[in-house]
Design a protein around this ligand. Sequence first.
Ligand code: ARG
Length: 602
Amino acid sequence: GVSLRTISTMEKDKEIKEITGSQKQQLAKLIEEALKAAFPDVSDVQPLVAICNDPRHGDYQCNNAMSLWNKIKGKGTQFKGPQPVGKAIIENIPASEMIESSSIAGPGFVNIVLARQWIAKSLQKMLIDGIATWAPKLPVKRAVVDFSSPNIAKEMHVGHLRSTIIGDTLARMLEFSNVDVLRRNHVGDWGTQFGMLIESLFEEFPNWEAGSAPAIGDLEEFYKASKKRFDADADFKERAQKAVVSLQGGDEKYRMAWSQICEISRNEFQKVYGRLGVHLEEKGESFYNPYIPSVLELLNEKGLIQESEGARVIFIEGKKIPLIVVKRDGGYNYASTDLAALWYRLNEEKADWIIYVTDVGQREHFEMFFAAAKRAGWLPLNENDYPKTSHVGFGLVLGEDGKRFRTRSTDVVKLVDLLDEAKNRCKSALEERGKAKEWTAEELEQTAEAVGYGAVKYADLKNNRLTNYTFNFDQMLNDKGNTAVYLLYAHARICSIIRKSGKDIEELKKSGAIDLAHPDERTLGLHLLQFAEIVEEACTNLLPNLLCEYLYNISEDFTKFYTNCQVVGSAEETSRLLLCEATAVVMRKCFHLLGITPVYKI
Ligand code: ARG
């Protein structure tokens, strides 16, 4: 085992960054000042700012008046009700070029209309300084995103595909928000399944020797065959169990066999990651194995570990069944590994947010060991304090028959085949549209990949992750409706408007100005400016679907604008081309955060 250096989470050098930035946050700051000025005696009032439910009333609303009134009424206040409280807030909002007007509605809602000029200026500034200046600021320095995490030698199933797609997006959003992200592939490389695999390898390939070329062709088939044998042949089972002991005892020959089996799996997984453009760093279960004894000892010293029916367990308040950390046979398990990994991530890697992406079926497991970590004092009791752990659960992938997704007659879906099919369908669709003649073979290939893989990702991400979703090629590859195909085409069309204008957009950025005179221009501009707060919300709540919804709405806003406002050849051409460019920039960043490659022509 490994001896542990430090266990205190208190020593961590956490400079919590101040939250500033998005349009909503800037507005909240103005409201905060107004609250302080109007109600100097009431302390600790957080500004409550939200997007207006009804855009006819304003862009944002401040909802502080009602709760403030409840706080001060009957305490000798000069105010007569929530309405005058709201009025006092309005009167004390500091002068700012951000706000055009404020009004009061109902029982004290403060509705705020942003200044058109301010929206326009902010868009212009972004075009010059880049969209990175719109990155939200989160109170997190370093995060671990534990995602994908398939099991060696077992198939990588659609559940792992979901984890890969969702986890990658969360990592991208955090990275964009300037969080240092450790993208961890917590592969299952240390189970008892290795006993039977190694034993089969030795028996089927008697000439196998450490360091030789991979003997096993199809690892999945190999796994199935040895599992069959394990279940049917008692002698083999015993030899397999002994093999586990040799492996875990560090026997060189067994270690080599193990590492070769892992390598074969790794190469298979990499085909999926390569197609999806997902980057991960593997730190599998085996990595944490040496830490388990000392970590359990720490928990034992704190009095957390008890004996129960021959096993060593941790009891969790509110749970009937305890968390088993040492099995009856003395072996460690999934939970002991996760406790060691959590210790490592907190103390060695100094992460302040640790995010686990798996199907909802594992919720209980995560709840249990998170609770154990709280009992041990590794994590603060308050859910909102850091360091923090979050389980990002997701629902099942269903086939059109409403059952667990499968293809053809096989039990599982070969993920590589699935992705290839999406791409090939896109390629055919492009060929049907005559693109094979118009484009180079490479362009055709790249566009088919971008659209095909993008479609698979978007179909998954656009749903609230907790719901099951139905995998349907025809639906996800439709060029109408809320699909990646539609959105990628919409973006390409904007690029072509700019191209066809014949104007140099870089020149326009420097010399031209945006003016949002038409209401559809203003609406589009306002929504583009909401990008930062949407990304922040999607990050904070770990919900990529919020970003998808935003992207779709932006493209709808754009269509409306483009239908009602002539761009090329109009008196407002410069302003409108810049608005087109700002839309394209925001859409591209959304694609990027969703792991989708944008296309520029179609
Ligand atoms: N290998 C596991 C599975 O396939 C997922 C691991 C998730 N990560 C973790 N730290 N438990 O279900």
